[in-house]
Design a protein around this ligand. Structure first.
Ligand code: NAD
Length: 470
């Protein structure tokens, strides 16, 4: 069991190149992160390759037991992990944030551990006999982003280990300590060499991971442009890929809703993790007949949600994780204002204050093709677009190249389900947005990526299907 201090000490590098890490809420120095090289990566891949044979040869129930021990270890150090995550990523301890994320790591370890994937008998009759087995692929390379750094890393690591692969993970540069701490805690109980981490820049270490002929499968979560680069880099080796890429999720509100009742769900759908969530509600289309009431209730709810330094218990919204993302949000909102859109809440950051705080912002009466609508803002600024014709709203929801999630808000579930069938997205939620479950497959349509994580589909995605016939 770690305290915050002992965890930080355990991951602080004693040699090699390092980088200082600052709290995005206060700009205070919180620690130093290792910056590793392609040589370090190659050594880690060799280690993972060597460990894979024995790991795959273990009886399944022993791998399952190891994963439960890893979940126990995360639980034992949960508070230290949450504090480090809060200080490095910026997300508050409370609300659907740091403690919630560490709890998610435990759930997304135990559930895949307990999900069996036995072989299937495909045919067994006079025409023949054939079974489908799900074999390990070998070494899985994982590359994770900075928004939910621990939980997304777990989504990549655990199913891969469950299926008899070993893993080399490269975390995002700006949330290195969080993933390093998580892996360090899991490695208190996992066998040597099974789970490896290499830190360093995406363009060198990440790139080399995707080009390595020793990597059988890449699990990537991040932006669409980097996803496209990974497709090219991995093509010569025909490396298997699961790509969880960017999104710009639409929500469509029908005229029959109760505006007061849906305000809280709309708010958290859009502002969870201060808007830095792949499958957050990023553009909201509201029917003209309820537009003013929905906006009013949403603003009323939003203005009372406390934003501030993450380790202060009352806060449930935090800063942007890095200054570059602050600039993205700031410039999109400024451009929306200049276009004549109406700022119903926020939109007035203190650019000189410490930290990357951008206030909760809701922009009304905005053109459906404004950049704040069609670009992924990835921060706390929600555009609310007025519509009169449902077909037009569906057309607008579908017109972008991305399609991760979407939502329909209506008192009529059957009608909402019919609309869901017309929306191009990997998940369509009804009367909520963004909720995930470890047994329900998650992933994108169109340029939001391909492949699915979670559940039985997620286990199959990190296995090599093999038919044994005869
Ligand atoms: P990013 O693409 O900039 O970085 C993601 C990771 O890729 C980092 O670890 C980075 O170091 C690495 N990387 C960068 N260049 C690389 C290269 N050439 N080769 C290999 N690796 C490289 O993304 P980000 O800014 O960290 O995350 C935000 C984006 O991620 C948003 O677009 C968001 O929608 C998306 N995202 C998607 C999901 C999903 O499940 N679909 C989940 C979370 C975030």
């Amino acid at each position: 069991m770690h305290t915050y201090e002992s965890l930080l000490a355990a991951i602080t590098p004693t040699s090699g190149e390092t980088r200082e890490v600052f709290d995005p809420a206060t700009d205070e120095l919180i620690g130093t992160a290792p910056v590793q090289s392609v040589d370090d990566l190659n050594a880690a891949i060799d280690k993972a390759e060597a460990a894979q044979v024995a790991w795959a040869a273990l009886p399944d129930e022993e791998r399952v037991a190891y994963l439960h021990k890893a979940a126990d270890a995360i639980e034992a150090s949960a508070e230290a992990l949450a504090e480090l995550l809060s200080r490095e990523q910026g997300k508050p301890l409370n609300g659907p944030n740091a403690r919630f994320e560490v709890g998610g790591c435990v759930a997304w370890t135990r559930v895949p551990a307990d999900t069996p994937l036995p072989h299937e008998v495909l045919i067994d009759d006079e025409s023949g006999y054939a079974e489908m087995h799900y074999r390990p692929i070998g070494v899985v390379g994982a590359i994770s982003p900075w928004n939910w750094p621990m939980m997304i890393s777990i989504w990549q690591i655990v199913p891969a280990l469950r299926m008899g692969n070993t893993v080399v993970i490269k975390p995002a540069e700006t949330t290195t300590l969080s993933v390093l701490a998580l892996v360090t805690v899991m490695n208190q109980v996992l066998p040597e060499g099974v789970l490896n981490i290499v830190t360093g820049p995406g363009r060198t270490v990440g790139d080399a991971l995707t080009r390595s002929p020793k990597i059988g499968k890449i699990m990537f979560t991040g932006s669409t442009p980097v996803g496209k680069r990974i497709i090219e880099a991995s093509a010569p080796n025909v490396t298997r890929l699961t790509l969880e890429l960017g999104g710009n999720d639409a929500g469509i509100v029908l005229p029959d809703v109760d505006p007061a009742a849906i305000a809280e769900g709309l708010f958290w759908g859009a502002f969870i993790n201060t808007g830095q969530t792949c499958a957050a509600l990023k553009r909201l289309y509201v029917h003209d007949s309820v537009y003013d009431q929905v906006l009013e209730h949403l603003v009323e709810f939003a203005k009372n949600v406390p934003m501030g330094v993450g380790v202060e218990e009352q806060n449930v919204l935090g800063p942007l994780q890095n200054r570059a993302q602050f600039e993205v949000v700031d410039s999109l909102v400024e451009a929306a204002k200049a276009s004549g859109a109406r700022v119903a809440l926020g939109g007035n950051p203190d650019r000189e204050a410490p930290g990357n705080f951008y206030p909760t912002t809701i922009v009304a009466d905005i053109d459906p093709h404004n950049d704040l609508v069609v670009e992924e803002q990835f921060g706390p600024a929600l555009p609310v677009i007025r519509y009169t014709d449902l077909d037009e709203a569906i057309r607008l929801a579908n017109e972008l190249e991305v399609g991760l999630g979407a939502s329909v808000w209506s008192a009529d579930r059957a009608k909402a389900q019919q609309i869901a069938a017309r929306i191009q997205a990997g998940t369509v939620w009804i009367n909520s947005h963004g909720g995930l479950h470890p047994m329900v497959p998650f992933g994108g349509a169109k340029q939001s990526g391909y492949g699915r994580e979670f559940g039985v589909e997620g286990l199959k995605a990190v296995a090599e299907p093999q038919v044994v016939s005869g």
